[in-house]
Design a binder for this molecule. Structure first.
Ligand SMILES: Cc1cc2nc3c(=O)[nH]c(=O)nc-3n(C[C@H](O)[C@H](O)[C@H](O)COP(=O)(O)OP(=O)(O)OC[C@H]3O[C@@H](n4cnc5c(N)ncnc54)[C@H](O)[C@@H]3O)c2cc1C
Length: 525
């Protein structure tokens, strides 16, 4: 297969469509039941659109770049920022509007109705009500499903990258200076068996890491598979300490689900209340409920710790609008959980939301390993620096999906396919242990350890002592899970646990190494 893409969110689909439209055969794998099983489908706010002004307004690529750099505390990669600002508008037009047919909201004059979010100096967010991600994924899914050059395989969880140094049986390939990615071992959940998939180019588009924290807005499969596989293969990673937390996710006592409650509600007048029903934000910041995201999240953590409360409350009853019409997704989600937001406050907690770090790439999505690309939330292009500007991530996934597709297409035209001897030197997965099945109780307890440790010690507020403790705990847990993994028959539960524990370990290590409080890496010592 010329190209294998792992992950079918906005980044994976954009890359697949770009390559398939150029005539290349693509294999697109994902771990879930449907293509829209990742975070892309959950996006509510929207996607940055008019970076380059076409209407003579104040907004332009330079203003956007300035906002991205301010959010990222100026440790962003300038090349990446310029790349996004330059290419963003055309990618939205050509892929989302023309190719996927996404109908962004328009105003009475037929122009896109662009909104402004926190940190933006101008209205530039294109959206479809408050379900933009779903509208985008519906369009991309339709385009992918009808494409004759794209083969789809669902319920395939990638286990490990195949590399010439680590896997080739023929020793001559191990003495080549450059290690090359040759494809992946995946678990076919239908047969329960691991499969070997070889490809000239492999693209990681496996999304975020939020599910390694106790509270997260992320889809259930976001356990950092791409980061964990790249780490084991020796690929360069960057900015792993920068995890962005969202202040308001709905807290449900009996479920691990933490649905996002948009910040726009506080913009419209909703107020955060403590366990006694009293507003607390004015005590923490003069801007009260409208203080920036990180300040609100930190204040909430302090309130929760102080009162020993599992959650706080967001009261939207005073918003002078028809709530079901203004916030259809929030209204529906809360309704399903038995909460009528017109009459009662919503139980909320801060939650792990967006991962600014990941597999280090250039503006084409190339990584430090030959044959391997990374795009979307699993990649670190340097665009976000120490923190992400709101609504910049869908656009990043889209732009890098297209750029990576174009780069691979150029290389496929120029370069030879993997040599048959190298292909033949890659063995199929060998199960070395006995036929022991994983024990759900052990797996659940390991996950509880990972999520609580990451939340309490590597979460919103970090100290040297907490990080050292987390590092020691994670190091022992990873060793233990590795052993367990080697002796137990492979399963999806085990693959996720393995990826999640390794990702938690490398994030903890990065957070421990950076003593400076900056962006979303908040050290209180
Ligand atoms: C609730 C919420 C709201 C958001 N709102 C916005 C917004 O308004 N604007 C914005 O710009 N950003 C927003 N974001 C962030 C944005 O949605 C994500 O950063 C972006 O969608 C990530 O896209 P992706 O293609 O990288 O990954 P995803 O869309 O998460 O897709 C990941 C894919 O990888 C696959 N995968 C994972 N592991 C494996 C494996 N081991 N093997 C095979 N496949 C695997 C999954 O099955 C999935 O198909 C929001 C995020 C959340 C959670």
């Amino acid at each position: 297969m010329p190209v294998l893409i792992l992950g079918s969110g906005i980044a994976g689909c954009a890359a697949a469509i770009t390559l398939a439209d150029a005539g290349w055969d693509i294999l697109l794998l994902n771990a879930g039941e449907s293509l829209a099983d990742g975070n892309s489908n959950l996006a509510q706010g929207g996607v940055i659109y008019r970076a380059a002004s076409t209407m003579g307004g104040a907004d332009d690529a330079k203003a956007l770049a300035k906002d991205i750099l301010a959010a990222g505390h100026n440790i962003n990669c300038l090349r990446a920022v310029r790349h996004l600002c330059r290419r963003g508008p055309t990618c939205v037009e050509s892929v989302l509007v023309e190719r996927a047919g996404v109908l962004f909201d328009r105003d009475a004059s037929g122009e896109y109705s662009l909104t402004r979010e926190g940190g933006h100096s101008a209205p530039r967010i294109a959206h479809r009500a408050d379900f933009t991600g779903k509208a985008i994924m519906d369009g991309l899914t339709a385009a992918v499903l009808e494409h004759p050059h794209i083969t789809l395989l669902g319920r395939r969880a990638a286990i490990d990258l195949l590399t010439s140094h680590h896997h080739a049986k023929d020793s001559r390939f191990r003495y080549e200076v450059d290690n090359r990615c040759l494809g992946v071992y995946v678990l076919n959940e239908e047969s329960g068996e691991p499969e070997t998939i070889l490809a000239d180019y492999t693209v990681l588009a496996t999304g975020g890491v939020g599910q390694i924290f106790l509270h997260s807005t992320n889809a259930s499969g976001c356990v950092g598979s791409g980061v964990s596989m790249a780490f084991r293969a020796g690929v360069s990673l960057a900015n792993l300490e920068f995890m962005q937390f969202h202040p308001t996710a709905m807290y449900e006592e009996r479920s691990h689900r933490r649905s996002l409650i948009t910040e726009a509600m506080r913009g419209e007048g909703a107020r955060l209340l403590d366990v006694h029903g009293k507003p607390f934000m004015p005590r923490h910041d003069r801007r009260g409920d409208l203080a920036p995201r990180d300040i609100v999240a930190l204040a909430m953590m302090e309130e929760m710790l102080h009162n020993g409360a599992p959650c706080l409350f967001l009261d939207a009853t005073g918003i002078p609008k028809d709530l079901p019409e203004a916030f259809p997704t929030v209204f529906k989600t809360c309704r399903e959980a038995g909460i009528d937001i017109r009459r009662e406050p919503i139980p909320v907690v801060p939650a792990a939301h967006y991962f600014c770090g990941g597999v280090l790439t250039d503006t084409r999505g190339r990584t430090s390993m030959g044959g391997l690309y990374a795009i979307g939330e699993c990649a670190c292009t340097g665009l976000h620096g120490a923190n992400r500007l709101a609504s910049a991530s869908l656009l990043e996934g889209l732009v890098w999906g297209v750029s990576c597709g174009q780069d691979i297409s150029r290389r496929l035209r120029r370069e030879k396919s993997l040599p048959p001897k190298l292909r033949a030197a890659i063995p199929d997965w060998r199960h070395e242990g006995d036929d022991r099945r994983d024990d759900p109780a052990l797996v659940a307890q390991d996950w509880a350890n990972i999520r609580n440790t990451m939340w309490n010690y590597v979460g919103i507020s970090r100290t040297g002592a907490r990080l050292r403790r987390a590092f020691e705990d994670m190091r022992d847990l990873v060793r233990h899970i590795h052993d367990f993994y080697k002796h137990t028959r492979i399963s999806r539960r085990l693959v996720d646990l393995f990826h999640g524990s390794q990702t938690a370990y490398v994030i903890t290590q990065a957070a421990m190494r950076n003593p400076q409080s900056i962006g979303c890496h908040h050290r209180t010592d």
